[in-house]
Design a protein around this ligand. Structure first.
Ligand SMILES: Nc1ncnc2c1ncn2[C@@H]1O[C@H](COP(=O)(O)OP(=O)(O)OP(=O)(O)O)[C@@H](O)[C@H]1O
Ligand SMILES: [Mg+2]
Length: 497
C-alpha cells in the first residue's frame, strides 16, 4: 500500500543517513534531510496512492470507450484523437513549467525548516541579542518565498480545470456538428451519434482523471529525485570488503603514523605529520591552544573522518581494515559537545550497554563524580532528562556523558575536553578515580588545562596541527617552549615545581 511504501522509503532514508559520516552531513543540511524524510516522502506517498486508485480504473473506461466509440462510428474517431492529443500536450506543458518550480518549492521548504530549527534551538541567543525582529523578518521571507511559489504552481494547476472543461465541451460541439451533417446525409443514426458522444466523454474523462495524477506527479518526481539523492550518496567512510579482526584480547595500543588530515572541502591540512603512540594502562593527554587540532586528532580514532595521509593503528591494525562497528565497540568516547537524549538518567547511561548491572551504573557515576547531584534529586536515576539534556547544567551534562562512556568499560577512552566545565576540585577527584578504575585501558584526554595533564604518562603538545612536544610534565617544562608558555600562563611557579 501507499502508506507501507512510504514507511519503507523513510526507513531506507533513515538507515542511509545513519551511516553518513560528518562529510556527508555537511553536503546535505540537517534541515534538508528532515524535509526529505518527511515532506518528500509524503509527496511520493500521495502519488502512489492515486496511481493505485486510478491506474486500473481510468485505462479500463478509457480503452472500453475507445473500442465502443470506433464500433459505433469509425469515421468520427479523429475528433477524439484531436481532443486527446490536445489534452496530452497540455499536460506536457504544465509538467515542463511546474517541474522546476516544484524543485524550488522543495528547497524552499528546506530553507523554512532550517530557519525554524535555528530559531527554536537558538531562542536564548536571539532574545539575548534582541534579534526577534530580524529573525521574524528572516522567517517571513522564507515563508513568503514558499507561499509565492506554491501559489504560482497552484494557479497553473487550477487554470488547467477550465481549459479541460473547454476542451470537453468543444469536443461535444465538434461531435454534434460533424454528426449532424452525417445524420443529414443519412450515414449515421441519431441514436448512434448520441452513443458516440457518450463514449467520447468517457474517454476524455478517463484522461482527465489521469491528468489529476499529473498535477501531483511533477512534485512527486522532484521529491523522488531528492530522496534518491540521499539514497545514492556514496559513503566516504566504508567498511572494507574483507574486514580484519582485532586480537582477542585486544591490545589497546593506539599509534598514529605520520598522519596528515584535511577536512573534506577545506583548502589546507589541519593536521601535519602527527606521530605518537598511546599505550594501554597509560594516560595520554593532548594540550594546545584552541583551534590547534586537538579534537581533530581524537576524532580520527573512531573514524568520524578518515586520515588524508598516514595511518591510525589500533592493536597494530590499520583502523580502515576493520569493521567500523568492531572499532567503535572498543572505544568509549565523550564528545566535546556533551549530548544526552531525552529520557531518564538511567536510560542515558544504559545507552552504552543495555544490560549493564546496577553496580556498573553506580560505579560509573561514582567515578564521574556525578553521584552527588544525581542522588540529591528525589528521583535519583529516574530523573527526567529533557531533549538534548537542556535541564542539567553544563558540568552535570559533561559528567553524565562521561559516566555513559564508563558504563561501556571499553579498552580505549577518549575524553575530548570533558573536564572543561568542572571546577578544579571535582576535576582532580575525577581524574584520581579515573586513574584507579580504568586500569589497563588506554586513556586519551584532550584539555586546555595544565593542571589536568600534569600527572599524565605522556603529554602531547600541539600547535597549529603539529606536534611540538612529547613527554612528561617535567621534561616538557625543560624542553618545550609552547608548553612552558601554556603552563606559566595558568599556574604559579610554586605549583609548577
Ligand atoms: N567540521 C570541520 N570542517 C572544517 N574545518 C574544521 C571542522 N572542524 C574543525 N575545523 C578546523 O580545524 C581546526 C582545528 O579544529 P579542532 O576542533 O580540532 O580544534 P581544537 O584544538 O579541538 O580546539 P578547541 O580547543 O577549541 O576545542 C580549526 O581551525 C577549525 O577551523
Ligand atoms: Mg576541540
Amino acid at each position: 500500500t501507499a502508506a507501507g511504501a512510504a514507511r519503507d522509503i523513510r526507513k531506507a532514508v533513515f538507515k542511509k543517513v545513519e551511516s553518513f559520516s560528518s562529510a556527508e552531513f555537511n553536503q546535505f543540511s540537517t534541515a534538508s534531510l528532515i524535509t526529505r524524510s518527511t515532506n518528500d516522502v509524503t509527496q511520493v506517498q500521495m502519488v502512489i496512492f492515486m496511481i493505485m486508485r486510478m491506474v486500473f480504473y481510468a485505462p479500463i473506461i478509457g480503452v472500453g470507450g475507445v473500442i465502443r466509440a470506433i464500433d459505433k462510428s469509425p469515421d468520427m474517431w479523429w475528433i477524439i484523437a484531436v481532443a486527446v492529443v490536445a489534452l496530452l500536450s497540455m499536460i506536457l506543458i504544465v509538467f515542463l513549467i511546474s517541474l522546476p518550480k516544484f524543485r524550488m518549492i522543495q528547497s524552499l521548504i528546506d530553507r523554512l525548516n532550517l530557519v525554524t530549527r535555528e530559531n527554536l534551538s537558538g531562542m536564548m541567543v536571539i532574545r539575548a541579542f534582541n534579534k526577534q525582529d530580524d529573525e521574524e523578518r528572516r522567517f517571513n521571507k522564507a515563508n513568503r518565498d514558499l507561499t509565492d511559489n506554491s501559489l504560482f504552481v497552484a494557479r497553473i494547476m487550477v487554470s488547467m480545470m477550465p481549459i479541460m472543461m473547454l476542451l470537453m465541451n468543444g469536443l461535444s460541439v465538434g461531435i454534434i456538428w460533424v454528426g449532424a451533417h452525417q445524420v443529414a446525409a443519412s450515414t449515421i443514426q441519431v441514436g448512434d451519434m448520441m452513443a458516440f458522444l457518450q463514449y467520447a466523454m468517457q474517454i476524455v474523462f478517463a484522461f482527465l482523471m489521469m491528468s489529476m495524477l499529473f498535477i501531483f506527479l511533477p512534485r512527486a518526481a522532484v521529491s523522488g529525485g531528492r530522496i534518491a539523492d540521499v539514497l545514492d550518496t556514496e559513503l566516504v567512510i566504508t567498511d572494507p570488503q574483507e574486514p580484519k579482526q582485532f586480537n582477542d584480547p585486544v591490545v589497546s595500543q593506539i599509534e598514529f603514523r605520520n598522519v596528515s588530515f584535511r577536512y573534506p572541502g577545506a583548502l589546507d591540512d589541519v593536521l601535519h605529520d602527527i606521530s605518537f603512540t598511546a599505550r594501554p594502562g597509560e594516560t595520554t593527554a593532548f594540550i594546545g591552544s584552541t583551534g590547534c587540532g586537538k579534537s581533530s586528532v581524537v576524532n580520527l580514532i573512531p573514524r568520524f573522518y578518515d586520515v588524508t595521509e598516514g595511518g591510525v593503528y589500533l592493536d597494530g591494525i590499520d583502523i580502515r581494515e576493520v569493521k567500523q562497528s568492531d572499532l567503535r565497540e572498543l572505544i568509549g568516547y565523550v564528545p566535546q559537545q556533551g549530548m544526552l537524549f531525552s529520557g531518564t538518567i538511567e536510560s542515558n547511561l544504559r545507552y552504552a550497554d543495555e544490560n549493564a548491572s546496577a553496580e556498573t551504573l553506580r560505579e560509573a557515576v561514582d567515578i564521574a563524580q556525578a553521584s552527588e547531584f544525581i542522588f540529591d534529586k528525589p528521583e535519583g536515576f529516574e530523573a527526567e532528562i529533557a531533549q538534548s539534556g537542556s535541564n542539567v547544567s553544563g558540568g552535570q551534562k559533561q559528567r553524565l556523558a562521561m559516566a555513559r562512556a564508563l558504563v561501556k568499560k571499553p579498552p580505549v577512552y577518549i575524553f575530548d575536553d570533558s573536564f572543561s566545565a568542572l571546577d578544579f576540585k571535582t576535576d582532580s577527584a575525577l581524574r584520581k578515580a579515573l586513574k584507579e578504575k580504568t586500569g589497563a585501558s588506554t586513556v586519551l584526554i584532550v584539555t586546555q588545562r595544565v593542571a589536568t595533564v600534569k600527572n599524565a604518562d605522556q603529554i602531547i603538545v600541539l600547535d597549529e596541527g603539529r606536534v611540538v612536544g612529547k613527554g612528561k610534565h617535567r621534561e616538557l617544562m625543560q624542553s618545550c617552549e609552547t608548553y612552558q608558555e601554556i603552563a606559566l600562563s595558568q599556574l604559579s611557579k610554586e605549583e609548577l615545581a
